[in-house]
Design a protein around this ligand. Sequence first.
Ligand SMILES: [Zn+2]
Length: 475
Amino acid sequence: MIRRLALIALVAATPLAADDHAHDAASHAAGDDPGLEISQERLRADMDTIVGFGTRHTLSAQDHPTRGVGAAVDWALAEFGRISESCNSCLEVEAVGRVVEPDGRRIPEPTLIRNAVAIQRGTERPDEVIIVQAHYDSRVTDPLNGTDDAPGANDDGSGSVMVLEAARILSQREYPSTIIYALLTGEEQGLYGAGILADWVTEQGMTVKAVLNNDMIGNSCGADGYCEPDVVRVFSEGLRADSTEQLRARQRRFGGENDAPGRNLSRWLAGFAAQYPEGIQVRQIWRTDRMGRGGDQIPFLDRGYPAVRVTVAVEDYDHQHQDLRTEDGTKYGDTVDEIDFTYLTRASRLNVRALDYLARAPMPPSVTADAAVRVDTELTVHPVAGADTYRIHVRRTDEPHWREQVPEGSRGESWDPVFGLIRDPASQAPHRHTIPLRGDDWLIGVSACSGAICSPVASAVPGGAFAPLAEPESE
Ligand SMILES: [Zn+2]
């Protein structure tokens, strides 16, 4: 008891990790906050423009000047180009695509799938990338109908106009890491555009820090009248999609089923949103996507990249994937008049703030824990570029979230969760750091910090690293 009192006194006298984070967010909010630059008027104007193409269905016209997916992608590329002109050509604008062969499902004939992509190169670590993406293609009831009007205002015009607005705002700043802004097509035909972009990112040799896939962020009420205007859902996978028999064997024995990088990205995003109490909050959904459905985060997860789906808290099934019509007094169809632009603005704000932060944070470090037959735990942390300190996070194995504070050690001692690397930061040799906890009883993770900006946590469990498993897992 005396020990506990002593610890409380110590705690009162020294700033705590959680307080530090709160101060960071406060200074962010008080100072340069790109989230406040989101323009609802521009989101509306872009929405009117893209809905104006009539349909953006992947099988619609490629060569019509004003209607169909071809004209829509051309416009998005041109708009990224105009954004780039206002930042001294800071964006590389590319149509990333290829012809997809018939698949016997939703691609009946060879089809050109083109994504509109803009790359804002990082100033210090250009190969390290954060991707913000939405699917640009739209559909009606029949997934093969490429001719009827398919406005796709919410699904996924809402994510698309957010991506354009994020590019406008963040391209006025410089970041250590690269940001990729992507409007993907082929989603409704089988997640084709996302697969093409994920392969392209791999070919470029990029290290993916995070993928924020935004798919439907523009409504706050369901058709039954149930509303949730203050929450977005963030979906993350539990078991890694790129898992192997060997990894599953190790996870069965030592844990890791709740610590995939996407899961830790979700935890980070929820905590980040909570630092802006006036802003939209995150409900974490710990499954890859909604029941029986999918999205463009999946091709990235399949390749081992950390990705989440950001989407509305309440879906409105009358106004997605529907032919435009009125039946028994009910209007169906994904039209602009059903969009809640206040909700869309707030969801956009969360994205832009998160991108701004992640593009300045280092990569989460790869970390392993040795706790076998010992009273303490030795962490092996692989240094990451741009980090000056590392921060240790812990939780009990049956706790869902990282604790705000680390607990006292096994013998009641207080210990500092923050440590630096004393030797040459350019060295790639792993750093060993011992903490006074019995590792059998805890899940332990580490984030990498550049000043007050810290990465999401990477867990010291099999499969916890923010890297595809194809790269040998550091032991
Ligand atoms: Zn969608």
